[in-house]
Write a protein that binds this ligand. Structure first.
Ligand code: FES
Length: 323
């Protein structure tokens, strides 16, 4: 699947991967604010750092002078991160003022994003919030006292609703309200939740139940009325987790299963796919296909995402080799 990106999105992406002067990919050493959002295992992650010009007396008057990011993601994740850094640097904001930047500002700066990629702009706004929280802690600024509420730091706790993307109920509830998300596809586009196996869509306490509760939906969704979603597949426990000895044949089958059920849906979310070429001892030979094939982040995807999931789910000794 080829995404329809604006010229500006493509340009920002190309400039960033070429390391053109004025772009922002990287990390600030000893930053004044550091925030992260997303998970590499889930296919998208952003680490955001900024430096401020410190006000000698009043830290709330610190001004952000430099912003950098490291992201694991595709074109839209890189372009959205570039947009976020550019908006901040050009705006001369204090960290608290920077909190006014929303994912909509990022989308506007990019001249639009495909709806399926909105989560990249949301990820930037969330990482910024985390970084401002971190700055406030370092500088001794009491955000609560100033009437600034940053909740993400306690949202990592709580029941996980979408296991594929490790998304918790408190986070979902806040973002559904903030972004006025009314349907499961809207949630998936903005937050990725529900975008892989689909088993969280209509499960008790799942996405539809939360939507009904927030927006006052009264109709229970029954299997007969629910839109078709891929059936939840029972995932066999990881061999190493079960502590059972496993034969080479069993291990090969388990690798195939994890690739098909855990990794492929994540890549398909971004229009890509994976081909399992061969398995020899602890070496798993893979090839990324579809949109991922030409992606500059392909090698990183294989190493960070594919290898990490296989290590977690199958065997710590596995190594992924790109072919
Ligand atoms: S549990 Fe939500 S998509 Fe799989």
């Amino acid at each position: 699947m080829a995404w329809e990106y604006s010229d500006k999105t493509v340009q920002l992406f190309m400039d960033a991967v070429k390391g053109k002067p004025g772009t922002h990919m990287g990390e600030i050493e000893n930053p004044d604010g550091l925030g992260e959002h997303g998970s590499i295992v889930c296919g998208d992650a952003l680490r955001f750092t900024f430096r401020v010009r410190r006000h000698p007396e009043d830290p709330t008057k610190d001004v952000i002078t430099e912003a950098r990011y490291l992201t694991f993601g595709c074109t839209s994740a890189i372009a959205s991160s570039e947009a976020l850094c550019a908006i901040i640097e050009q705006g001369g904001y204090t960290p608290i003022e920077a909190l006014r930047i929303t994912n909509e500002d990022i989308v506007k700066y990019l001249n639009g994003l495909p709806s399926q990629k909105l989560h990249c702009s949301v990820m930037g706004a969330e990482a910024l919030e985390a970084a401002v929280y971190n700055w406030a802690q370092r500088r001794g600024v009491d955000l609560e006292k100033l009437g600034v509420r940053i909740k993400m730091h306690d949202e990592n706790e709580g029941r996980i609703v979408c296991k594929c993307f490790s998304i918790t109920e408190p986070y979902l509830r806040r973002k559904i309200r903030e972004l006025n998300l009314r349907t499961i596809p809207e949630i998936t586009n903005a937050l990725k939740a529900g975008g892989a196996c689909g088993s969280c869509h209509y499960a008790p306490g799942g996405l539809q139940d939360i939507l009904n509760e927030i927006w006052g939906g009264t109709e229970a969704v029954t299997p007969a009325t629910a839109p078709e979603t891929p059936p939840a597949k029972e995932t066999a426990p990881a061999a190493h987790a079960a502590g059972e000895p496993t034969s080479p044949y069993q291990r090969m089958k388990r690798i195939e299963q994890v690739v098909n059920e855990r990794i492929r849906p994540l890549l398909k979310n971004d229009g890509g796919d994976i081909e399992l070429v061969d398995i020899k001892d602890s070496l798993v030979y893979c090839r990324l296909t579809g949109a991922c094939a030409g992606c500059v982040g392909a090698a990183m995807t294989l190493k960070l995402m594919v290898e990490r999931i296989l290590k977690e789910e199958v065997d710590e000794t596995l190594r992924v080799i790109a072919v």
